[in-house]
Design a protein around this ligand. Structure first.
Ligand code: SF4
Ligand code: MG
Length: 465
């Protein structure tokens, strides 16, 4: 998901809509905005579909006045799949000291246990979302102000959370102690901005100030600006390495590094680790493009657009149902036949999850007359599900959970299939000596199976680590 918030700018909701539009790649199912105006109080709108189709309408935006607003774009990883407007964030709660709204990116790994406990003690849940637990935990807190109630609530929450929240006068940002999901701070005129990624600052012309640190809470008011605190027990930083590989936008900056440059570097490492003779390097667009460019630069094999993407389709993976995902590949990608015919082609993609994309693309490429097809993948084999906010399927559906690299190559019937090594990936994100065995610098659980936060709900359900 993507989260965004603004304080201290007239018609803040308009800025939030733009920010969410820039973060649309983080969630395409639905979006929501909550705002506050000194006279008109809290207002909100939640809609299915793209930001640009909803939050551009003057008739809707007029109902969202005020200098303070937060928003969320949804990609369902927890709670019900697909349609239920009650699952669309931000969530709102009315407390004795006033209202508050929260927008959450990540996944709470003890949400089932918390929900059960809260329901037994009288909470009435409105949605199936794990994030709603935060509101109910806040309601039960005895603290006298909302930021402190949030701290109380979030201390009970396990897993990944980057939260943007608001009261009548405050914009609040928090990252979980491992800092799994991103969150950055920006400045625009007299206003302040919180965004999942820096591309959300760029779109409104805000200046990037800094990242919210793992375990940090910032409380921002128009009068006093940014107040920072660290309310959680410190933990080793475990930023999601897959944000670098796929999830974030290539024009975003993470930890001082350009995501594009990291992906290009992954391609360079990939070409060094797994060279192959061929005529063309092609990307599976868009997610494979920067790595394909890096692969081409390192190998000297020309880069070409062998697969053309229909720009009117969103991210296939993010489609919640299998059927749509299956169709999605053909709706979204087509082979540039004239270019491919008779060629030995290297195809670079960011990841192989179920293998749906790779299988379809291989068929399409061979059908177009390619002589050889070599897959090069910009991440290590995805052998484990993510429980921290990326919607990987159950372990059984992951190709790499049951097959070796060679078996996958055979299964996909390609001439070769190679993945970047975990160390190669760490080098590409700037860790010169590769992955630290004792304490890996990132979360890489979907590749390594080493989960930095115990997925307790899943263990309860029988998941075996
Ligand atoms: Fe990111 Fe993978 Fe960790 Fe999930 S398991 S947070 S996708 S690195
Ligand atoms: Mg892709």
């Amino acid at each position: 998901c993507g989260v965004f918030g603004v304080i201290g700018l007239a018609d803040a909701a308009n800025f939030v809509a733009l920010g969410l539009h820039a973060l649309q790649h983080r969630g395409q199912e639905a979006g929501g905005i909550v705002c506050h105006h000194p006279e008109h109080g809290f207002n909100s709108a939640r809609r299915f579909g793209y930001v640009r189709d909803n939050f551009t309408k003057a008739s809707l935006m007029e109902t969202l006045p005020g200098p303070l607003a937060i928003g969320h774009v949804r990609y369902s990883t927890a709670g019900s799949k697909g349609a239920a407007i009650r699952d669309v964030q931000p969530f709102f709660g009315e407390f004795s000291m006033g209202g508050a709204a929260i927008a959450h990116n990540g996944n709470i790994t003890n949400a089932n246990a918390l929900r059960k406990e809260l329901i037994e003690r009288g909470s009435i849940f409105q949605s199936s979302s794990d994030s709603e637990c935060i509101i109910h935990l806040m309601a039960r807190s005895l603290q006298r102000n909302i930021p402190e109630r949030m701290q109380d609530a979030l201390r009970r929450v396990e897993g990944a959370f980057s939260v943007v929240a608001m009261t009548r006068t405050k914009l609040i940002g928090v990252r979980d102690p491992h800092g799994v999901r991103p969150l950055v701070l920006g400045r625009l005129g007299d206003g302040w901005v919180l965004s999942s990624e820096t591309c959300g600052l760029d779109i409104i012309g805000a200046e990037y100030i800094r990242e919210i640190e793992p375990g940090e809470m910032v409380v921002i008011t128009e009068e006093d600006g940014v107040e920072s605190s660290f309310p959680f027990r410190p933990q080793p930083s475990k930023f999601c390495i897959f944000e670098h590989v796929y999830f974030s936008r290539p024009d975003s900056i993470i930890g001082g590094r350009s995501v594009y440059e990291t992906r290009r570097q992954i391609g360079v490492e990939l070409a060094r680790e797994n060279p192959v003779e061929a005529d063309l390097v092609c990307a599976v667009p868009d997610s494979g493009t920067p790595a394909a460019i890096g692969f081409s630069q390192e190998s000297g094999i020309p880069f070409a657009m062998g697969i053309i993407r229909n720009q009117y389709m969103g991210r296939t993976f993010i489609e919640p149902t299998e059927q749509i995902r299956n169709m999605g590949v053909r709706l979204k990608l087509n082979v540039n036949r004239a270019l491919i015919k008779g060629k030995r082609v290297i195809l670079v993609d960011d990841s192989v999850v179920r293998g749906t994309t790779s299988r379809k693309i291989k068929e399409m490429i061979l059908d177009a007359g390619a002589k050889e097809v070599h897959f090069r993948i910009a991440s290590p084999p995805t052998a484990w599900p993510c429980f921290y906010g990326v919607d990987t399927p159950q372990r059984e559906k992951l190709l790499a959970a049951t097959m070796s690299e060679d078996e996958m190559a055979e299964h996909l019937a390609v001439d070769s299939l190679k993945f970047i090594s975990l160390d190669g990936l760490y080098r590409a994100v700037g860790e010169a000596t590769g992955r630290s065995k004792d304490c890996p610098q990132y979360c890489d659980a979907c590749f390594s199976g080493e989960y930095p936060v115990t997925p307790s709900d899943m263990l309860e359900k029988g998941f075996e680590m």
